[in-house]
Design a protein around this ligand. Structure first.
Ligand SMILES: Cc1cc2nc3c(=O)[nH]c(=O)nc-3n(C[C@H](O)[C@H](O)[C@H](O)COP(=O)(O)O)c2cc1C
Length: 204
């Protein structure tokens, strides 16, 4: 008996879910979208929480149209029937940038109480890459425990802390460096962040 024919063995296009929540640092989510658009080849699915919108307007003075134009698909956080709410919809993973402590808690406890938390839940259950640019300071024990829980489930906690070893000349350079490190975790192509060349002579 012939096996059931397979319509196509072509791999699905690369897809990433990007969520922007209400922590300070909306620029990280926006720059990730801009970088993916510039690179091409990745279908972006954008989610923005209500508090995320507040911060986008306050920190970046962008409108909804400005944001929506940067993504291929925009989902309402209330649309728990969206494609990305199901594991059957293949993606390469999800980035929450920035990630508030509230959304971190929701993901850590598997609440799936909006589409951001549900898509993150799906990403973890399907063993896909989940990267959270958590932002708060100082941190209380609940924050730390929630980060541990997400790490134990396979997620990556990636606080957007600027590096100084590359001697950045501007905030833009600091943001771009973090964005490159985040996207490199998804191995979308050649590395975006240059490999550390080592400190020549530093130990002599
Ligand atoms: C200007 C502003 C800055 C904020 N910064 C942070 C922050 O850095 N980290 C954080 O966890 N929450 C921060 N918050 C609080 C969150 O927005 C709030 O907890 C919200 O409920 C998060 O909801 P969301 O995760 O659905 O976006 C900030 C709120 C405002 C208005």
């Amino acid at each position: 008996m012939n096996p059931t024919p397979i319509a196509s063995i072509a791999p699905p296009s690369r897809r990433l879910i990007i969520a922007i929540t209400g922590a300070t640092g909306a620029i990280y989510g926006v720059r990730i979208l801009d970088t993916l658009r510039r690179l091409g080849g990745v279908e972006t699915h954008l989610l923005i929480s209500s508090a995320g919108w507040l911060n986008i307007q306050h920190e970046l003075q962008l409108t909804k149209d400005d944001l929506h134009a940067r993504a291929d698909v925009v989902h309402s956080v209330r649309d728990v029937g969206a494609t990305i709410a199901s594991g059957s919809f293949a993606t390469d993973g999800m980035i929450v940038a920035p990630c508030s402590m509230k959304t971190l808690a929701s993901i850590a406890h598997g609440l799936s109480d909006n589409l951001i938390a549900r898509a993150a839940d799906v990403t973890l259950k399907e063993r896909r890459r989940l990267v959270l640019l958590v932002r708060e300071t100082p941190l209380n024990l609940a924050h730390l425990r929630n980060m541990t829980a997400v790490t134990e489930m396979g997620g990556v906690i990636f606080p957007p802390l600027p590096a100084f070893y590359n001697q950045p000349a501007s905030i833009d350079e600091m943001v771009d460096h973090t964005v490159a490190r985040v996207l490199d975790l998804f191995a979308l192509g050649p590395a975006l962040s240059p490999a550390w060349p080592g400190l020549r002579g530093a130990t002599d």
